[in-house]
Design a protein around this ligand. Structure first.
Ligand code: ADP
Ligand code: MG
Length: 334
């Protein structure tokens, strides 16, 4: 009799363990992977009952946004058509992206400028690097500036036919917002999706994010941020650059000059609830520098970490509480 009770207890325990494992397997299904879009690597790690569906949808979202809407290099995208014909009727999502970008442009005094495409197109930071002539830059700059955008209800027109819209500093963040919205009607417990230097952290847990060591390898960090769910973007001069005649040229341009920003900033990390804000503000803050940049981010309720070439780290008050500096060569300035 005693033996029978023992077996029953063991079976019950076993059933409970198996049941829990099945339950755990269903509700905490994990899927991870990566693919290429928006001229960068997109990687995802998603846990939850609907993780597979969420991952498929995330991939579709980034690829569709890129090829059909934002890429100025894909002739059939909406942006490429606007650039070619100097106008187009915007659907609601696009209209709201443009409205945010115009706001960041105005509040940053033009430091963030998504009409700089004609200037960006003169530079090449890839396999065959190119420094444009100053006359080319002056000419392209004369076709830039958000004043050349006119919006009448849903219709956007470019008052200068040579103006080129460029979503290079906003698209990755826009993708994160769309992905996050798609998670809302699914059972997703935790997710990390990175589109290049912009990352969506989703779920109830805490997350740790490394601030990359500027002259180090991709996995080397100078500090660690411990954050709640958010969007976090970094703009760094080490991302796309080349050296010519002893000078280093990188891909974040000063809209006033058309040349790479040269203000001692190496990287800016922005933490926000919004992907479009973290992405655009990381670029804007890079151009503006520590003081003005931090003020701008504050206006939007975002936290910032600036890394400078003299190995200093400037963190906003909120970010300083989340940051642990792990490289003794770098010092915090508060
Ligand atoms: P990354 O693309 O490495 O994430 P950013 O988000 O800072 O870096 O975006 C840089 C891209 O944005 C450039 O490749 C260019 O297409 C565009 N860009 C460069 N300078 C500016 C600027 N001042 N304002 C808006 N867009 C810019
Ligand atoms: Mg950006």
């Amino acid at each position: 009799m005693k033996k029978a009770v023992g077996i029953a207890t063991v079976s019950l325990l076993l059933a409970f363990i198996i049941g829990f494992a099945v339950f755990d397997g269903v509700f905490n299904k994990n899927i991870s992977g990566n693919f290429f879009a928006m001229d960068t690597v997109v990687s995802f790690d998603i846990t939850g009952k609907d993780s597979e569906e969420a991952a498929e949808q995330a991939e579709k979202t980034v690829k569709t946004l890129d090829s059909e809407i934002l890429s100025r290099h894909n002739e059939s995208s909406f942006t490429a058509r606007v650039n070619k014909t100097a106008g187009g009727r915007m659907e609601d999502h696009f209209k709201s992206y443009v409205s945010t970008l115009l706001d960041v442009n105005a509040k940053s005094n033009g430091a963030f400028d998504f009409t700089l495409g004609a200037v960006s197109d003169l530079w090449s930071f890839n396999d065959s690097p190119r420094v444009p002539d100053s006359s080319e830059i002056i000419d392209a700059l004369s076709h830039s500036g958000c004043g050349k955008i006119k919006i009448e209800e849903d219709y956007l027109s470019l008052t200068d036919a040579q103006t080129v819209l460029d979503f290079g500093a906003a698209g990755k963040g826009i993708a994160l917002d769309e992905i996050k919205n798609n998670f809302a009607d699914k059972t997703v417990k935790r997710a990390i999706v990175s589109v290049g230097g912009s990352v969506l952290l989703y779920g109830e847990d805490k997350f740790t994010v490394g601030i990359r060591k500027p002259d180090g390898n991709a996995g080397e960090f100078i500090g660690i941020l411990t954050v709640d769910a958010c969007c976090i973007s970094t703009s760094g001069s080490y991302e796309r650059n080349f050296e010519e005649n002893g000078l280093t040229y990188h891909h974040i341009l000063d809209p006033k000059t058309g040349y790479p920003v040269d203000n001692g900033i190496i990287s800016v990390t922005v933490i926000s609830d919004s992907g479009i804000l973290s992405d655009t503000l990381s670029t804007a803050c890079f151009v503006l520098g520590t003081e003005e940049g931090m003020k701008l981010a504050e206006e939007y309720g975002c936290e910032t970490v600036f890394v400078t070439s003299d190995k200093k780290i400037y963190a906003s008050d909120g970010a300083a509480k989340m940051l642990e500096i792990t490289d003794s060569e770098y010092t915090a300035v508060n």
